[in-house]
Design a protein around this ligand. Structure first.
Ligand SMILES: Nc1ncnc2c1ncn2[C@@H]1O[C@H](COP(=O)(O)OP(=O)(O)OP(=O)(O)O)[C@@H](O)[C@H]1O
Ligand SMILES: [Mg+2]
Length: 330
């Protein structure tokens, strides 16, 4: 695959306060890339810089090997889709979808044909004459996606597009959207707070913290093998401890009195907060000093019970502090 986007040493300051720091990454054409990171770490700012809504302070952004840093938003083949659908309330669905094509001076017949095709793909053709206030949240986001896709951008940026929707709708929509983006051969950069969403939507995933990427990799690798303790706390699927990381499937919860030997096992004290079900499998939500974890309910425990979370010492991926960062040792 060809390289579509290259960001080199990109930084952004607001009144001398660094918001983005020295970000370098690339995206291949057709790739789906997700970014996950805590609130305020700079995700939206990064997308706004790529879309040209903010100027960068340092560094370079190239799209198809050409610098775009001095181009206005409308001169970049980049479309940003927001958390709220931001449809024009006084325009119908089809008028919203054709709006961008009209600005690009497409003939009416052509733009209506193109918009109808896209509305069919997002399963909303039957609502083409409705107004935004007549649509549900999920339908509005579909219109907003259709509006972005008819423009055939080289790069589609999605800023938590499903975060205002309920969990079930979000889950079904993200599968559909990924399929559609792949079918349309759209390269996408997708921001989310939701770990499952980040894993499912991305061919690669970046973990962001304090204005920079602290790990980039394939989702499964990042989640089961975070490269630093910071990354483990943000995205790791397992027990993130100061001394190291233990993948979830190696962790067990047992009653306090069944304490294993310290020589062979690592353990932390926790408390069963809730008995729940994930993917039809009974689980316990166990909280401990550094966070909380969902473990398989392979023995009888009660909500409120004090427990030990433990794993074999050999299953822990240890970190050590290097260059002010905790990094994987093995
Ligand atoms: N126009 C601005 N002027 C000054 N500071 C700003 C401006 N826009 C954003 N910031 C600051 O930049 C930081 C990053 O904000 P940003 O919106 O990029 O975070 P985010 O990762 O998208 O967070 P969230 O997950 O809550 O959406 C925040 O500390 C924010 O206060
Ligand atoms: Mg944001």
């Amino acid at each position: 695959m060809n390289q579509l986007l290259q960001c080199k040493n990109m930084s952004k300051y607001y009144s001398k306060i660094p918001i983005l720091q020295n970000i370098s990454f690339h995206m291949r054409s057709g790739e789906h890339f997700t970014i996950v990171g805590p609130s305020g770490c700079g995700k939206t700012t990064l997308l706004r810089c790529l879309a040209g809504l903010e100027a960068i302070s340092e560094g370079e952004i190239c799209l198809k090997q050409k610098s775009i840093v001095n181009l206005k938003p409308e001169e970049r083949s980049v479309v940003l889709m927001f958390q709220d659908s931001l449809l024009f309330p006084h325009l119908t669905v089809i008028e919203n979808v054709t709006y961008g094509l009209k600005r690009r001076k497409w003939k009416k017949k052509e733009r209506v044909r193109k918009a109808e095709q896209m509305l069919e793909k997002v399963k909303l053709l039957q609502l083409k004459n409705a107004f935004p206030h007549e649509l549900s949240g999920g339908q509005k986001q579909r219109v907003s996606l259709a509006r972005a896709l008819v423009l055939k951008p080289d790069l589609l940026l999605l800023d938590e597009p499903f975060s205002s929707l309920d969990a079930a709708l979000r889950e079904s929509l993200r599968g559909e959207v990924k399929e559609l983006l792949t079918e349309e051969n759209i390269t996408s950069l997708f921001i989310t707070h939701d770990r499952d969403e980040a894993i499912e939507m991305g061919d690669r995933l970046a973990v962001m913290n304090n204005g920079t990427f602290i790990q980039i990799g394939e989702p499964y690798e990042v989640v089961t093998n975070p490269s630093s303790i910071e990354s483990a706390k943000i995205i790791g699927e397992g027990l993130a401890l100061e001394e190291g990381f233990i993948p979830l499937h190696k962790v067990t919860a047992v009653p306090m009195e069944q304490k294993p030997s310290e020589k062979d096992y690592v353990f932390v004290q926790g408390k069963v907060k809730a008995v729940t079900v994930k993917n039809n499998i009974p689980c316990y939500r166990v909280t401990f000093d550094q966070g909380s974890i969902l473990v398989a309910a392979d023995r009888k425990l009660e909500a409120g019970q004090n427990v030990l979370l433990f794993a074999k010492r050999e299953d822990m991926k240890k970190y050590k502090k290097q260059d002010e960062q905790w990094r994987r040792v093995q």
